[in-house]
Design a protein around this ligand. Sequence first.
Ligand code: SAM
Ligand code: SF4
Length: 464
Amino acid sequence: MVLTKETGFIDHEKIYEYLANTKPPERSEVEEILSHARELKGISFEETEKLLLVEDDELLEEIFKTANYIKNEIYGKRLVLFAPLYVSNLCNNDCVYCGFRVSNRKLKRATLTIEQVKEEIKSLVSQGHKRVLLVSGEGLGESALDYTIKCIEAIYSTKVGNGEIRRINVNIAPLSVEGFKRLKEAKIGTYQLFQETYHYPTYKKVHPRGPKSDYLYHLTAMDRAFKAGIDDVGVGILFGLYDYKFEILALLQHIRHLEKEFGLGPHTISVPRIEPADGAPLSYEPPYPVSDKEFKKIIALLRITVPYTGIILSTRETPEMRREAFSLGVSQISAGSRTNPGGYSSKDAGEQFSLGDHRTIDEVIYDVCKLGYIPSFCTGCYRLGRTGLDFMDLAKPGLIKLYCLPNAITTFKEYLVDYASAETREIGNKLIANMINEIPHEKIREKTVKYLQRIEKGERDLYF
Ligand code: SAM
Ligand code: SF4
């Protein structure tokens, strides 16, 4: 495909035309699409485009129920947990929604030393975390990649008691193909980058200066990551900047482009909504706020359209919204997060935005268990090389339950033995006893029970 100079493969005219000229679908059509969705193979993007126009409350309820069915059939009751690790809030960009923007002179700036990174990791591991998302502003210039790689090496090599970080996902400024190759060699999990908005005029307005103001370079980051051999990439939209319907239609174009060029779509989709950030006036009054109802519709539609793609929800959202979102299809959540560099080992650099969920990881886990979900710290697929297309092959109905559920159970057991409060341990052990019966294969069920006994005796990191 030939990229146009400004907007690349995002066909703005086509989206404008669709939104201006298409009526919401009739009930019968919605029902037909939803019954197709229940076959668990995903629906066509044309079908998603139709569902996106549904506004009727009763039909929306049907969409939510279908998303819930798909989520249960494919993922069961498992929820993967992670924590973001902010290593630097220096930034040369001026994204008008972000507290780290260069023109925010009041923000206390910091870049962690490698020793400080290790302190942060000690704190996170001591809380029970096994997966981190390394996040950084774009202010380190030429040394940024070397620094990131040193951080990754320090994180993987920091062991605390029985625990360590076993997977590092990365959300940093886009790189060249060569840069991405180095990131891959450092053994990252997923490379994440949010387009923020696919709408070119809005993108230019909210990214007035700095390297990030180049829409096309940002948009084509995942192409370069794939070319460099990174096969798990995570995309995202910052909801509130522009019309969510435009954004979803453009996201579908992005996914279609990646599938066509590389045979594979994104591994995860993140759905942040703008949160208030000191020094970023737009964040207090986003131009296109997304209501809770619309937000639920977005999550449900993504779950229905790409059933095997992870959906990530952060602590930007309140506990109430997070609970609802689990049932609609969210598969990964952050917990106990801090968005300021050094925040876990109590340094006081400025935060990126304020959080909606301030609970500790143990409080989140207790709540998740009470809702009947099993927290997972699994890093098995990535470490066994089940990434990219291999992961997608595994992610057929039933197979996630076969591997991911036992791995959720064993990693959660480690958490319960090593880190949990008495209340969480009690509710968690009961949950595990019930969940074991849901493992569909007898041999794997028996092996999981044996793994649990070995974990009780002190062994760690047992997985399928
Ligand atoms: N600097 C890199 C970048 O901008 O892509 C990566 C890190 S940036 C800290 C991570 C994400 O935070 C951004 O992609 C943006 O979507 C999100 N973010 C920025 N300001 C936010 C706000 N006020 N509320 C919610 N999310 C925000
Ligand atoms: Fe910098 Fe990223 Fe914040 Fe933009 S969103 S100001 S690039 S940290």
